[in-house]
Design a protein around this ligand. Structure first.
Ligand SMILES: [Fe+2]
Length: 354
């Protein structure tokens, strides 16, 4: 079997490949590694058959939906997963077959209600049910320490002792451990009485993961992260460097170049690029027809930090303004770089509609 582990922060993901058939399975992909997985599959002439999320992650962004859609590969989750984009939902005991690879789902609720481990002949992918020297937490949505106790002591830890454990997280760069090692040394598994185990889990008092609400929103719904939305907009528009804009404005007052400032009224009044037109982002679609009657005009959008302007330039392109660009950096960066700003609205006549 071809086997590759990937790490992004403390998150672990895995690609398993069948040497004979070149079929592959990807487990718990993380969004920031999407291009790495594609590269690995190409390099090794592997064809992905399944993308599996061991549970609804609350602490990072799953790449399952994006990869599933772009590669045309089914996304697999447990039957109880909320994600509407899961193509294949497994029950306890269901087996996935990809070439010579056989992975059996073991439903192990506790960290989340939809947690499952994937059991192979010599190893188990434990998601966040069992970590090396730890367990997943049980205080996030659908978590249940009683269920985790049963999943661990009545199911997972009954696998043969030499079964290798590959978790979805490790913060100390350890590659794997074994069921026997964990039974012997994992501090949380020393609480073998249900009441003691549950009390220990309830007393952990852990900080909420960063991005908790955004991760749950995107992983449960298949919606986009804000960073994804911005990256998609950025891929659809060209940018203009501050130096370039400054030089163009200096040369001939910008020629037919329209600098479109999308900030709120007060921010615009306090200081804007010389000659800029003011059209708040919230009114863009409402006023665009009257404000920008010529779709062939060259536009540079700007905002305070360069993000709203990127989204707006993408919207303008979608609306048919095919020369819309966004300023690289926002007015904050423009100010910091020492370029001039005007405090009063310029007396530039707006084109009449007649
Ligand atoms: Fe998790």
């Amino acid at each position: 079997m071809l086997f590759e582990a990937f790490a992004a922060g403390g998150c672990r993901s895995y690609i398993l490949g069948c040497e004979a058939s070149r079929a592959a399975v990807l487990i718990d992909p993380e969004l920031s590694l999407a291009d790495h997985y594609r590269g690995h599959l190409l390099q090794n002439a592997l064809t992905l058959r399944y993308i599996v999320d061991t549970h609804t992650h609350a602490d990072h962004f799953s790449a399952s939906r994006q990869l599933g859609a772009t590669l045309g590969v089914p996304v697999v989750m447990h039957r109880q997963a909320a994600a509407p984009y899961a193509d294949l939902r497994l029950d306890d005991g269901d087996m996935l077959i990809a070439g010579a690879l056989k992975l059996t789902a073991m439903h192990t609720p506790g960290h989340t209600g939809d947690s499952m481990c994937l059991v192979m002949a010599d190893r188990v992918f434990t998601g966040d049910t069992l970590l090396i020297g730890g367990t997943g937490r049980t205080d996030l949505p659908s978590g249940d320490p009683h269920a985790l106790y049963e999943s661990l002591f009545q199911k997972l830890l009954r696998l043969p002792g030499d079964t290798r454990v590959y978790p979805a997280h490790d913060y100390k760069d350890r590659e794997h451990s074994t069921i026997a090692d964990e039974i012997a040394a994992n501090p949380r598994l020393q609480k073998t009485e249900r009441a003691e185990f549950v009390a220990m889990m309830r007393d952990l008092d852990l900080a909420a993961p960063t991005h908790l609400t955004e991760a749950l929103r995107t992983n449960m719904s298949g919606g986009k992260t804000v960073a994804q939305l911005l990256a998609e907009a950025a891929a659809r528009v060209p940018f203009m460097a501050m130096e370039e804009l400054d030089a163009r404005l200096g040369a001939n007052s910008g020629g037919d170049l329209v600098v479109l400032d999308l900030r709120e009224k007060e921010a615009f009044a306090a200081g804007h690029i010389s000659g800029a037109r003011h059209l708040p982002r919230g009114q863009l679609e409402l006023r665009v027809n009257s404000e920008l009657p010529d779709p062939t005009v060259r536009i540079v959008t700007c905002c305070e930090f360069g993000k709203i302007s990127t989204l707006a330039a993408a919207t303008l392109r979608e609306l048919g303004y095919l020369r819309a660009t966004a300023l690289d950096g926002g007015i904050a960066a423009w100010r910091t770089a020492g370029y001039s700003l005007e405090a009063e609205a310029p007396a530039v006549p707006r084109p009449s509609s007649s």
